[in-house]
Design a protein around this ligand. Structure first.
Ligand code: FES
Length: 129
């Protein structure tokens, strides 16, 4: 899922409201445009994490991790990639590279994608670029 949100709603702390916490279920992610930056926000169960929405391998949108595949009936899994709450990682829906939600690192390649401050206030998920 993907949405656009570039308003700071009058806040002076640099955070932008992207969604209500209830709109991002546990184990899922949603993509947002925050000030022109593509950000994926994941609910890993212990809280929310904001990272770049573009995989550094070949550019897949990470917010689609765990979504149902369009050809699922002909494959051995119905979904591809997803959030692992225990390791706090998300695996990419295209080739399953696993990204650390806190550091943005892919251990095997040493590549890193952007991570952003993310918090919940009064039921709203806020991201700071
Ligand atoms: S595009 Fe993400 S693992 Fe290949």
């Amino acid at each position: 899922m993907s949405r656009e949100n570039s308003s700071t709603d009058g806040r002076d702390d640099g955070f932008t409201r992207v969604a209500s916490a209830a709109e991002i279920p546990e184990g899922e992610g949603v993509g947002f445009d925050v000030g022109g930056i593509e950000v994926a926000v994941f609910n890993a169960g212990d809280g929310f994490h904001a990272i770049s929405n573009r995989c550094a391998h070949q550019g897949a949108p990470l917010c689609k991790a765990g979504e149902e595949k369009i050809n699922a009936e002909d494959t051995w899994t119905g979904t591809r990639g997803g959030v692992d709450a225990e390791s706090k990682t998300v695996s990419c829906p295209w080739h399953l590279w696993s990204w650390d939600l806190e550091t943005g690192e892919h251990e095997a390649s040493g590549k890193r994608i952007g991570t952003f401050d993310c918090k919940v206030e009064d039921g709203d998920v806020l991201v700071r670029i």
